[in-house]
Write a protein that binds this ligand. Structure first.
Ligand code: HPA
Ligand code: ZN
Length: 330
């Protein structure tokens, strides 16, 4: 088959997907109305247009957090998650490990349990309705305090059946992994799997990658493309059998260019690292791109079908789900 139908038919996994980053302008507009919130933009078209201001990580984060303000009730989290899982299942995504960032929600007065139960009910219904499996990763916002992260970890303990791992995201500048050493140590002891963002070309990125591997001892790294510039880190990543959840379209979008992130995927394959392809925040970039269009874009940029199969295998092997789900779905 041609590349498009090959990618479309392939069973796909998402390991790096922020559920708040799937909030499409249409739903944002609808939820704002439902919650009596006045958006700065008069219509859906204007919301799309406002995303043109995204040009780097911080400009994205500013718009991303402003957009989340419409999420106020358990039902909002349900609607967001159910709609995403429905779209994902339509393009043959069989399994998703989706991140959520509770701190911003809790800070605006949403109960932690409403966030997790809203997402969780949607996951259950989507499994029933579409057969798609999913699990949650709780991300800490790294510009907030370690104490705040620790509070979230405690809040998450009763939800260990839904939350399989913890991550670290948001603004990386002067917020190194070791800032959260105690939280991640406790999370590990409580049975959570560990990942964290080491986004491309951030300040001190090599040191952040080193800390993630050697100090935090993560199971995965989100992005992590700069590892390729340091042979010692490549060796460490291989020795630890790390999976890198790369987001080529999202990373390119944040930089207004596309070649470099694809070369990261190529470079990781050639360096013997386990790269996987993911979509990150699809509603905010490229007019709602998908995991399928991401894989196709990467494929079009001179990756072979064999490469795409190897990348998918890395997603399967890097996933944190229990074996029965793997065996049944893949
Ligand atoms: N990078 C960092 N923080 C984030 C992202 C991202 O892509 N999405 C949501 N929070
Ligand atoms: Zn991310």
């Amino acid at each position: 088959p041609d590349l498009a139908s090959f990618v479309k038919d392939m069973p796909k996994l998402e390991l790096h997907l922020h559920i708040e980053g799937t909030l499409e302008p249409e739903m944002k507009f609808r939820l704002a109305k439902r919650n009596n919130i006045t958006l700065p933009e008069p219509d859906v078209e204007a919301i799309y247009k406002s995303y043109g201001a995204i040009h780097d990580l911080q400009s994205f984060l500013t718009i991303f957090y402003a957009g989340q303000d419409v999420l106020r009730q358990r039902q909002d989290f349900y609607d967001l998650c159910y709609a995403y899982l429905q779209r994902a299942s339509r393009e043959n995504v069989v399994y998703v490990e989706m991140s959520f960032d509770p701190q911003a929600h809790v800070a605006r007065g949403v109960a932690f349990a409403d966030v997790v139960n809203g997402l969780g009910r949607a996951q259950d219904d989507a499994r029933r309705d579409f057969g798609i499996e999913s699990a949650l990763i709780m991300c800490f916002e790294r510009e907030r305090s370690e104490q705040s992260a620790m509070e979230m970890l405690h809040a998450a303990l009763p939800f260990r059946n839904r939350i399989i791992g913890v991550g670290l995201d948001s603004n990386e500048t002067n917020n190194p992994p070791i800032k959260f050493q105690d939280v991640f140590r406790k999370a590990r002891a409580e049975g959570f799997r560990l990942t964290m963002h080491c986004d491309i070309d951030q300040l001190d990125t090599h040191e952040h990658i080193r800390q993630a591997i050697d100090v935090i001892k993560v199971d995965r790294i989100d992005h992590g493309g700069n590892v390729l510039e340091r042979p010692d880190l490549v060796r460490r990543a291989r020795a630890h059998d790390l999976t890198f959840t790369v987001c080529p379209v999202a990373s390119g979008w944040l930089r207004k260019e596309h070649a470099q992130p694809v070369s990261v995927v190529r470079g990781m394959i050639d360096a013997g690292l386990k790269a996987s392809i993911n979509s990150d925040d699809p509603a905010y970039m490229h007019n709602n791109y998908t995991i399928g269009s991401t894989m196709q874009a990467v494929g079009d940029a001179h990756l072979t079908k064999a490469d795409l199969i190897a990348l998918s295998r890395n997603s399967i092997m890097g996933a944190w789900t229990s074996d029965p789900v793997r065996d049944r779905q893949i």
